[in-house]
Design a protein. Sequence first.
Length: 168
Amino acid sequence: MKIIRTVLTISAVLLIGTSVVAAPASDESVATLLELAQVQTTMDSMTGGYEKILREGLNQTYHERGVSIEQQKVLDGMVPKFVALLREEMNWAKLKPLYIASYQETFDQAEIDGLIQFYKSAAGRSFVKKMPVLQDKTAALTQAHIRALVPKIKTAVADALVEARSAN
C-alpha cells in the first residue's frame, strides 16, 4: 500500500511538473511577432545609415589624427566597400533566423502570444509607429551625453598615462 501511494505521489508530481513547463515558442509565432513589431523595417532603416555613420567616424578620425588628404582619399574610397559588406551581412534574410532563435531562447509560447496580442492592439500599433521617433530622440540624448563625457574620459586617460609613466 505504501509503495502504491509513493508511486501515485511521484506520478502526480511528475504530471503537474511537466504541465507547468512552458511550451517553446514556434518559429511561425515568433515570425508573426517580428512582423507585427516591424523589426525588418527597423533593420532596413538602420542599414541606410551605415554610410553616414562610417563617414562621420572617419571625419572625426581625420580631425583627431591629422590624416593627410591622400590618406583621406584612400580611406574615403573604402567606405562604399564597407557599406556593401555591411548590407550584405546585415540583411534581414541572414538576421531573421538569429532573431527567431534569440526570441525562442528568451520567451515561451504564452509570452510570444501575449506580445502578439499587444502588437495587434491599438496601443501596440501606436508603439510601433512611434518607436522610431523615440529611438531617434534617445539616441540624440545619449550621443549628447557621451560628447559631454569625452573630455572627462580624456582627462582620466591622460592622468592614467602620467601615473603609468611615473611608475616606471
